[in-house]
Ligand binder design. Structure first.
Ligand code: UT7
Length: 332
C-alpha cells in the first residue's frame, strides 16, 4: 500500500491588512517591509472567525476535490500553533464535528511552520501501514491572535489562513509519495516562542502585563539558520532520491520571507518559474503556508496531475521538513 497526495483546498479570510495599514499602527514603512520581506499584504480572520472555521472551509474543498464524502475520512490531523483552545480539546476534534465526521480518530500536532510536512509524514505512515485509507490533514492559523500589533519586528510578518489535503491509499506506485523527511533541534527553542500560556507561565497578571502571550522571534538569527537549513534539507532529499533540482516543476518553500525563498532558490540553482511564491499576498501563515501555496498553483492551473512537488519548510522548535511527491489529484 502506498500513500498519495489526493487533493488540496484552502481558505483565506477576506480582510486584508496592507503595509500601508501597518504604517498607521507601528513605526514602519511599506518600503522597509517590501525590501526586507517581500510582503505587500496579509489576511486577517474576522473577530468571530476562529482557526477551526477556516480549517473546516479548507477541508470541505479538499474532501470534495478528492471526490469523497466526509464519511470516507478515517483520520483527521490538524497542525496549528493557534488552536481554538490551549490545549484541550484538540482543534482536529472541533473540525471533525463541524464537518460532520463522527467516531474517527482526530488529533493536533505542534511543529509550527513545519507542521504541514510533519502531518504529511504522519498521514503517509498511517496509510502505508494499512491503518487508514483517507487521512485529512489541515494546517490552519489565526496567527493574528498571538501577534503583538505594537511590535514592528513581528506584526508585519504574519497572516491568517488555512490549507487542507486528503492523503489516500493507492496501489499505483507512480502516484505515491517519493520521500518525506522531518527533523528538529530543540536547542534553538528560544528563536521562536510564544511564552504563555503554558506550564512555565500559566495565565497571570504578569503574563498580561509583559505580553508573554504574544509570539517572540529572534528574527535575524532565525533568518540565517532558515536559509542554511532549508538549502541543506533540499540538497539531501534530492541526492537521496537521485533527482536533479532542474527536474522539479514546483518547488514550494515555506513562505516566511521572500529573501529567504530567493536565497534558497538561488543556492539550489532553481529557475524563477520553478519556485512558488505567495508571501507577497499572504505573509507568513505558519502551518497553513505550504498547503495555501499548493492550492494557489492548483487554482491558477499551474499544478497538474502527476507533476512533482518539492516541499521545504522551517519553523519554531526549531523544526524543519521536506517532501518529494507527485500531485495525484485531478487537474482543475
Ligand atoms: O516562519 C518561521 C521562520 N521565520 C523566519 O524565517 C523569519 C526570519 N526573519 C526575518 O524574516 C527577518 O529577520 C525580519 C524581516 C524579521 C527582519 O529583517 P532583518 O533584515 O533580519 O532585520 P533586523 O532584525 O536585523 O533589523 C534591522 C533593523 C533594526 O534597526 P537597527 O537596530 O539596525 O537600528 C530593526 O529595529 O530594522 C529595524 N526594524 C524595522 N524597521 C522598520 C525591524 N523591524 C522593522 C520594521 N520597520 N517593521
Amino acid at each position: 500500500m502506498y500513500a498519495k497526495f489526493h487533493s488540496i483546498g484552502a481558505y483565506v479570510p477576506s480582510k486584508v491588512l496592507s503595509n500601508e495599514d501597518l504604517e498607521k499602527m507601528v513605526e514602519t514603512s511599506n518600503e522597509w517591509i517590501l525590501k526586507r520581506t517581500g510582503i505587500k499584504e496579509r489576511r486577517i480572520a474576522g473577530d468571530n472567525e476562529v482557526t477551526s472555521d477556516m480549517a473546516t472551509k479548507a477541508s470541505k474543498i479538499a474532501i470534495e476535490r478528492a471526490g469523497l464524502e466526509v464519511t470516507d475520512i478515517d483520520l483527521v490531523v490538524c497542525t496549528t500553533v493557534t488552536p481554538d483552545y490551549f490545549n484541550m480539546p484538540a482543534t482536529a476534534c472541533i473540525i471533525s464535528d463541524k464537518l460532520g465526521i463522527k467516531n474517527v480518530q482526530a488529533f493536533d500536532i505542534s511543529a509550527a511552520c513545519s507542521g504541514f510536512v510533519y502531518a504529511l509524514s504522519i498521514a503517509k505512515a498511517f496509510v502505508e501501514s494499512g491503518m487508514k485509507k483517507h487521512v485529512l490533514i489541515v494546517g490552519a492559523e489565526k496567527f493574528s491572535s498571538i501577534v503583538d500589533y505594537t511590535d514592528r519586528s513581528t506584526c508585519i510578518l504574519f497572516g491568517d489562513g488555512a490549507g487542507a489535503a486528503v492523503i489516500s491509499a493507492t496501489n499505483d506506485k507512480s502516484e505515491a509519495f517519493i520521500d518525506v523527511h522531518a527533523s528538529a533541534d530543540g536547542s534553538y527553542a528560544d528563536f521562536l516562542v510564544t511564552p504563555a500560556p503554558g506550564s512555565i507561565h500559566p495565565v497571570s497578571q504578569k503574563v498580561i502585563d509583559e505580553g508573554l502571550n504574544f509570539v517572540q522571534m529572534k528574527g535575524n538569527e532565525t533568518f540565517k539558520l532558515a536559509v542554511k537549513t532549508l538549502t541543506k534539507d533540499v540538497k539531501n532529499i534530492l541526492a537521496k532520491n537521485a533527482i536533479n533540482s532542474e527536474d522539479i516543476p514546483h518547488f514550494i518553500p515555506h513562505q516566511a520571507n521572500y529573501r529567504i525563498i530567493k536565497a534558497v532558490g538561488d543556492a539550489l540553482k532553481m529557475r524563477e518559474d520553478q519556485v512558488v511564491v505567495t508571501v507577497h499576498k499572504y505573509g507568513n501563515t505558519s502551518a497553513a503556508s505550504i498547503p495555501m501555496a499548493i492550492n494557489d498553483i492548483y487554482e491558477s492551473g499551474r499544478l497538474k496531475k502527476g507533476e512533482l512537488m518539492l516541499l521545504d519548510t522551517f519553523g519554531g522548535g526549531l523544526t524543519w521538513a521536506s517532501a518529494l511527491l507527485p500531485f495525484a489529484g485531478e487537474t482543475l
